[in-house]
Design a binder for this molecule. Structure first.
Ligand code: ZN
Length: 273
């Protein structure tokens, strides 16, 4: 699933390509939009894209209109820009055609990705978006907010805690494992057992790793590509994720994989206490 660094890379790659582009036609092949196809197309036609923002794993397209287009790629969604007409694949669900003949294709093999056209207001009326926690890479990221939340989720396992989008926005399985490794915390530790020092290390690791992954233009394991269909490079820098039985890069002991809250969790039993 594209996580914060991947969604941010898609945003950065797409924005210069579609900024100022006018949508002349929309083709919806699969019902992944809200409202449904006819109204969705009617309301988006002739609109110009002014800016693309990101919040957590959501992309927000601001238009010259009272509506905004919100996209969540979920597991396998891709948004790819083509400078001219391109043939759709079996899994291309929505195509935006621009005035200059370029196209933006939304492709998704698992079909969990969604698009919403909603009024531009303080809240978007999209439950997962309206309830997002703070952005970990923002300048004003407040560790105190996380400390307060930690105190309110005493029995929760730390991995589940940092994956909860209402607590911190944008982390998924890859970066949660990497962040816990970097901060030396076992994924099954209870929130109540995390010291202030460990919390500081966790927040610091979160910011550093997410920013580094953006510099590497995200992690491409399976489906993820940016708006130009280019793969990211951060997979070459991962320390624990998908490295089961391989030697820990710090201590040399084998990386283990356990299930935490149903999610595969890669960690080093020696380095993470
Ligand atoms: Zn180790």
């Amino acid at each position: 699933m594209p996580e914060l660094p991947e969604v941010e890379t898609i945003r950065r790659s797409l924005e210069p390509l579609v900024k100022g582009a006018k949508i002349t036609e929309i083709k919806v092949n699969t019902p992944v939009t809200q409202p449904q196809a006819t109204l969705f197309c009617e309301q988006l036609t002739k609109k110009e894209i002014l800016q693309i923002a990101r919040r957590g794993k959501y992309l927000i397209f601001y238009l010259d209109d009272a509506l905004v287009l919100v996209v969540h790629l979920r597991m396998t969604g891709q948004l790819v820009y083509y400078p001219k007409t391109a043939p759709p694949s079996k899994h291309t669900h929505v195509i935006f055609v621009f005035e200059n003949g370029a196209e933006l294709h939304f492709t998704d093999t698992r079909r969990f990705g969604r698009m919403w056209l909603v009024p531009k207001t303080e809240t978007f009326g999209i439950p997962g978006l309206d309830t997002l926690g703070p952005e970990p890479i923002d300048e004003g990221f407040d560790k105190k907010i996380i400390a307060d939340k930690l105190a309110r989720h005493k029995k929760m396992k730390i991995k589940i805690f940092i994956l909860d989008q209402t607590i911190i926005a944008g982390l998924g399985n890859i970066y949660a494992d990497e962040v816990l490794f970097a901060s030396g915390i076992h994924p099954e530790r209870r929130c109540e057992d995390i010291s202030q020092k460990e919390l500081a290390a966790l927040c610091c690791a979160m910011q550093n790793i997410l920013k580094e992954a953006i510099t590497h233009r995200g992690t491409s394991f399976r489906d993820y590509v940016d708006g130009n269909r280019a793969k990211g490079e951060h997979q070459d820098f991962l320390k624990v994720y998908q490295r089961r039985d391989q030697p820990c890069l710090t201590c040399g002991k084998p990386i283990k994989c356990i299930k935490v809250g149903g999610r595969s969790s890669f960690y080093c039993p020696h380095c993470q206490k």
